[in-house]
Design a protein around this ligand. Structure first.
Ligand code: ZN
Length: 363
């Protein structure tokens, strides 16, 4: 039996193999794990060591395992000692993938492009800057007037439930079904499923620079300039704002199973800008409309953002524009839940009649 990390986004934490058991140490916190275990015994025993912060992941999500390539499912873990939780996997001697998050890296993005490219009105482009690149999918014909919606996932590369949700949106819109057709007739949509494909192959949870430095990339929207991927995305969004075309912008993140809810949020103030009573009422109504039917959905609408430099903070402060964020949970849901979340958001976006209050009065 061997533990391999030679796969897209492969990351191992300290481990030991003892007989038919592999024990991974995911302390402190909830460390990222994404390995392939080759030549396993028929009954493979996996154990993970976690601390208090890692326990919600164990209790609400479990470990993600699969013996048939890419399809992983959540495997519940049971307590075997104070800080150790375990599971027994039937392998039939086949290699087993074991992960702490639903993996999504460059291979996921490539598969999405191959599965949807050339599909019904699906266009994609890869833009490059400073040795980095970003893939954007676009749907709907641009008549110069339609509202433009932006979905941006993978700002924090390992928050993969958000990326799987964006992946689901691309697949729905490329499918040509009734929802896809009405969406494309009424809107222009741009989707960035994985803002930083390079970072997704590193063990850092957020953004990895060319110098291998880990950054909280999502909070660099106000930097001059931001890291290359954010710079490309920001320029695109700001062009839509300058043309007063931006409608719904959503960044998709995930606290994994740290939260039991899929939380949708925007903020009431940033920099010198604060929403008027009318815009607060509009945004509150939009939050409720958008979250309807989303599995485990809830909303929040705080006065200020909890960390400066995030997209909502920067865009409200610099342009007086309202944008949104969601944290997709992995507590009690996997791929089906992410796809369901994708479909619900697309359906709900069409129920919002008026996006003009995205902009402040002086624009
Ligand atoms: Zn995040």
């Amino acid at each position: 039996m061997k533990v391999l990390t030679a796969l897209d986004g492969g990351v191992s934490q300290p481990y030991e193999i003892e007989g038919e058991t592999v024990t991974f140490d995911l302390r402190p916190g909830q460390k990222i794990l994404n390995v392939l275990i080759t030549d396993p015994p028929e009954e493979l025993r996996i154990a993970v060591r976690v601390d208090e912060k890692g326990k919600p992941f164990v209790a609400r999500q479990g470990l993600l395992t699969g013996v048939d390539g890419l399809a992983l499912s959540a495997c519940p873990l049971t307590e075997t000692a104070g800080d150790t939780y375990g599971a027994v996997l039937r392998t039939d001697g086949r290699a087993v993938r074991v992960a702490s998050r639903y993996p999504y890296g460059r291979d996921g993005l490539e598969k999405l492009i191959c599965d949807t490219g050339g599909g019904d009105g699906c266009r994609w482009q890869v833009r490059r800057k400073a040795h980095r690149q970003v893939a954007t999918f676009e749907f709907g014909e641009d008549d110069g007037r339609k509202p433009m919606h932006y979905f941006i996932a993978g700002e924090d590369a390992w928050e993969t439930a958000g990326t799987w949700t964006a992946d689901g949106m691309v697949r729905i819109l490329a499918s040509g079904d009734a929802l896809a057709e009405s969406f494309k007739a009424r809107c222009l949509v741009r989707i960035v499923p994985l803002a930083s494909p390079y970072s997704a192959t590193r063990e850092k949870a957020s953004y990895t620079t060319l110098e291998d430095q880990g950054l909280y990339g999502a909070a660099t929207w106000g930097d001059a300039p931001p890291p290359p991927e954010y710079d490309l995305i920001r320029a695109d969004v700001e062009e839509a704002i300058a043309r007063r075309r931006l409608a719904f912008m959503l960044t998709l993140h995930s606290w994994q199973a740290q939260s039991e809810s899929t939380g949708l949020e925007t903020v009431k103030s940033a920099g010198h800008n604060a929403l008027s009573a009318e815009r607060v009422e509009w945004a509150g109504h939009v939050l409720e409309t958008l979250i309807a039917g989303v599995p485990h959905g809830k909303t929040s609408f705080p006065q200020k953002i909890w960390h400066p430099g995030l997209a909502r903070d920067y865009l409200l402060a610099a342009h007086d524009v309202i944008t949104f964020r969601v944290e997709v949970t992995t507590a009690g849901q996997g791929y089906d839940g992410f796809r369901d979340t994708a479909r619900r958001f697309l359906e709900n976006v069409l129920r919002v009649e008026d996006w003009s209050p995205v902009y402040g009065a002086d624009r």
